[in-house]
Design a protein around this ligand. Structure first.
Ligand SMILES: Nc1nc2c(c(=O)[nH]1)N[C@H]1C(S)=C(S)[C@@H](COP(=O)(O)OP(=O)(O)OC[C@H]3O[C@@H](n4cnc5c(N)ncnc54)[C@H](O)[C@@H]3O)O[C@H]1N2
Ligand code: MOO
Length: 399
């Protein structure tokens, strides 16, 4: 058998296949919802601040040690009309124009006021409490790069830079198909030879927050005709995620069904545990390229491969410039065994920078998976870990 792909190589090959979905302008106001990413670099249409502004409430003072004669007021939205002469000041509020001739702001806590005359109990340094024009950004600056996520902060920056809508990558159309003769739809009577079809629901719940709509095509029996009928319903999907039938069993028909459908296998099997039988295929539809991600049927294998492959693929198709999950370092709260040839992703619970196993690491153990809030990433061939040693961890977040 050919060597298994490493995780990095498999992710690289998959992301290179991410489908193109198109771009459309989307109104920012009242707010863009869901996970969306910029299709282009964005340039500021205005300078912010557009003029020197006060950062505090107090008095905009002319240079010198004072006292200063108060000659007017500058409020946010209503600037002082004139310019300050030496020895003059204006009352000023936070966000208001610094009038010409003023140099710094004497905060009101440090001002002694006697009629029109203002003296300083503590003198501000020149330029103190002044936001200089353009210090945040200037017209023409690139403020947001293509592939940036629309977060509350990036939306605020885009609005401040003068934009009313943003060019966003369209979310991909996604279908999920779980297959197996033993699968029973949720809540229906289930014999001892059967199992409730939990993967379709789990995968839909993982993908839905990213795109807002996921078509559920399963559960479907391990039967060529049934699979063909289900695949026909996926003809319009940019991304089809299948679960089950990915391994070597006589009844694991997914690969054959996909080939019958016109798909070409891009690669199969990755050196990870769980998740080895992961399969990737493509299909040229009349409207463009479809990507098929074949996940193993074991529920935990399906979850882990969805986290490592399906979510990044969807994020990449949505235009995310860095779609892969990011690891942090934590300390092992219990010893961990040495790792064999496959890189392992252990279901675990984190607490205050420490991490311990969530329970059974069997790839069917949903109890431990549901209790986990992270995956410990154990490289292939790595030695046993003692309590307190650092380990790489992926927070499950959306997972
Ligand atoms: N002789 C070998 N056997 C197996 C190998 C191997 O290399 N040689 N690989 C093992 C590994 S690793 C995995 S992972 C599984 C994956 O197999 P499949 O993708 O073909 O999955 P199934 O056989 O269809 O199902 C496995 C297991 O998961 C349950 N399942 C499947 N779908 C669902 C669903 N939608 N909801 C809930 N549970 C589901 C199914 O009942 C099985 O118990 O293969 C190993 N075998
Ligand atoms: O890879 Mo399987 O996913 O070990 O259970």
């Amino acid at each position: 058998m050919s060597a298994l792909l490493t995780l990095e190589e498999a992710q690289r090959r998959l992301l290179a296949l991410a489908p193109e979905t198109g771009t459309a302008p989307v109104d920012i106001h009242p707010r863009i919802t869901g996970n969306r990413y910029l299709a282009r670099d964005m340039v500021a249409l205005r300078t912010q601040p557009a003029a020197d502004l006060s950062a505090m409430d107090g008095y905009a003072i002319a240079p010198g040690r004072g006292p200063w004669r108060r000659v007017g007021e500058s409020r946010a939205g209503a600037p002082f009309g004139g310019a300050l002469e030496p020895g003059q000041c204006v009352r000023i509020s936070t966000g208001a124009h610094m009038p010409p001739g003023s140099e710094s702001v004497l905060i009101q806590e440090n001002a002694q006021v006697d009629g029109d005359m203002v003296t300083a109990s503590e003198l501000p340094a020149p330029g103190r409490h002044v936001r200089k024009a353009g210090f945040d950004f200037r017209q023409g600056d690139c403020i947001l790069a293509r592939g940036t996520a629309c977060t509350p902060a990036t939306l605020a920056l885009a609005v401040a830079a003068g934009h009313a809508n943003l060019p966003l990558v369209e979310p991909p159309r996604i279908a999920v198909l779980d297959s197996g003769d033993e699968l029973v739809p949720p809540g229906q009577p289930c014999g001892t030879h059967q199992i409730p079809a939990s993967n379709g629901v789990m995968l839909g719940a993982m993908l839905h927050p990213l795109v807002g709509a996921v078509e559920a095509l399963g559960p479907v029996a391990d039967d060529r005709a049934a699979l063909a009928a289900a695949l026909k319903r996926a003809e319009d999907s940019h991304i089809l995620v299948t679960s089950g039938g990915a391994s070597v069993g006589d009844h694991d028909l997914i690969q054959q069904a996909l080939k019958d459908w016109g798909a070409t296998i891009a690669f199969w099997k990755v050196a990870i545990k769980p998740g080895k039988p992961l399969m990737v295929a493509t299909r040229e539809a009349s409207w463009g390229r479809q990507v098929i991600l074949g996940l193993p049927g074991n529920p935990v294998s399906s979850f882990v491969t969805a986290f490592l492959f399906a979510l990044p693929l969807v994020r990449a198709a949505m235009g995310d410039a860095s779609p892969l999950p990011r690891a942090v370092t934590m300390r092992a709260a219990e010893p961990l065994p040495a790792v064999g040839k496959r890189r392992e992703f252990l279901r675990a619970v984190s607490n205050g920078g420490e991490v311990r196993l969530a329970g059974s690491q069997d790839s069917s153990a949903l109890g431990a998976l549901a209790a986990a809030d992270c995956l410990i990433d154990r490289p292939a061939g790595s030695p046993a870990v003692s309590i307190g040693e650092p380990v790489c961890v992926f927070a499950l977040g959306n997972g």
